[in-house]
Design a binder for this molecule. Structure first.
Ligand code: GRF
Length: 192
């Protein structure tokens, strides 16, 4: 990973598919001097992603790529990333699986936030599975992306207590709150 030098911020793209609360939060942190990254591109696989509104609000370029024609789109995305001198990709609620070829081209420069204490509960519906298994703790993990789903090296992890009253909605809310602390901290960690 290229480290940030002096006051120069590392140009970052955030890939989303939904609400984009992590995106919004990363934009907020990117404005602080202490955080060595700037958000220069928002990419979504769907024009229905609510988080795309942050493109207009914060004047950040957005790109919508239909993910079904993979190889053609890999090339398109790689071209845009190169043009914009993007050095880091943050997946934030991005619901598509990146191709092996794409991951190899950006080796070690793609990170993801996952709403569980990996290696537990890879994949979808993490909160409901954790509650069903009567786990005491839930949490979130920021990790490098490899071609194996939710399995790359862990950068940072944070946990929260699951209370008896928690259902999947209240737990998701709790976890999202700590995601917003963890993601910027993890980026800072790998760039400093
Ligand atoms: C987060 O819980 C993230 O961990 C998961 O998808 C959710 C995205 O939320 N991968 P948001 O779109 O950032 O609000």
């Amino acid at each position: 990973m290229r480290k940030s030098t002096g006051s120069k911020k590392i140009k970052t793209a955030v890939f989303i598919s939904g609400k984009g609360s992590n995106l919004k939060n990363l934009i907020k942190f990117s404005k602080f001097k202490k955080y060595p990254f700037s958000i220069n591109l928002i990419l979504s696989n769907t024009n229905k992603a609510k988080g795309l509104k942050y493109s207009k609000i914060y004047k950040i370029e957005k790109k919508i790529i239909c993910y079904d024609k993979k190889i053609k789109n890999d090339k398109k995305i790689l071209k845009t990333l190169k043009q914009k001198k993007i050095k880091l990709i943050c997946l934030a609620g991005f619901m598509k699986i990146l191709s092996k070829n794409f991951i190899e081209k950006f080796q070690g420069k793609i990170i993801n936030i996952h709403p569980s204490l990996l290696p537990k509960y890879k994949g979808l519906n993490t909160h409901i599975r954790a509650i069903k298994n009567r786990e005491k703790f839930a949490g979130c993990t920021v990790h490098y992306v490899t071609s194996k789903l939710d399995s790359g090296k862990i950068i940072l992890q944070k946990r929260v207590k699951i209370s008896k009253k928690d259902d999947r909605f209240s737990l998701a809310k709790k976890v999202l709150k700590i995601e917003h602390l963890l993601y910027p901290a993890a980026i800072k960690k790998i760039l400093n």
